[in-house]
Design a protein around this ligand. Sequence first.
Ligand code: NCD
Length: 312
Amino acid sequence: MILDVLPGAGMQRHLLDVDALSRTEVDNVLDLAVKMREARATRSSRSLLEAETVGLAFYEASTRTRVSFELAAKALGATVVDLNVASSSVGKGESLVDTVRTLERTGITTLVLRHSAAGAPYLVARCTGIAIVNAGDGMHAHPTQALLDALTLREALGPLDGRVIAIVGDVEHSRVARSNLHTLVTLGARVRLGGPAAWVRGFEGHPGIDVVTNIQDALVGADAVMSLRVQLERSASGGISSIREYIEHWRLDEARMRLAAPNAPILHPGPTNEGVELTSDLANGPRSLIGRQVENGVPVRMAALALVTGAA
Ligand code: NCD
């Protein structure tokens, strides 16, 4: 079936990463998301997950991802519980696995998990019997973000075959970039990773991926450009000498974007540090698809929840 089935985890479906998805499977999720957008607008999806209880456990900060998962689950008619990690027994030292086992006993059937440790969703998928949807694990993966980015790009550019998508900035610390690499290459695009040398190291030599270390090479002729947040909380400053220098060499603005294909759109997963990785004018100007990315979050997460629960 379409999503990861872990060895030893029976037939339970999870969405842990996008790396195992074929092109047809990615296309199917995106097609389902388009149907979900329509179903949400007409309120015809309201009984699809009425037997399900979806838990949200966010061990790291989140606005877009958490809110859109909650709205997605509600649009499908599920009962939704937000664990509210800061005020839960996690503060008393309860382990992640014990916490999820407790949630399972209360009747939660699907858990949306964000965690600072790469691999945390895999661990709980092995140790518990509930469906796990990865909402971002450390620097490893952010599958639903990659799927919503792919939908946004597909709707802006048409089929992505042969298109050049530049991902610019703090690639090293970005789970969004790692998941996007998989889906974009799977959909036939060429991905150009651009950033200070320390932030793009190790990505060379992969099929479909080019690595560049200056902004001109990153942008020239690109069909779309994805800017990434400088992740200071993950010691991002380790790879650059100063934010001021980063701004000088890498901040995206309208003048630099003219190197890209005419009208090439700009994307960013958010939250943005306007003035650091891109200018406010660019983030809020006519090229920007940043709002569209947020809008696509709900239908893509509706599709993900419907698929892991077997409702679609
Ligand atoms: C991203 C994340 O948390 O991985 N944000 C998001 O989910 N939209 C990117 C980031 O924090 O920079």
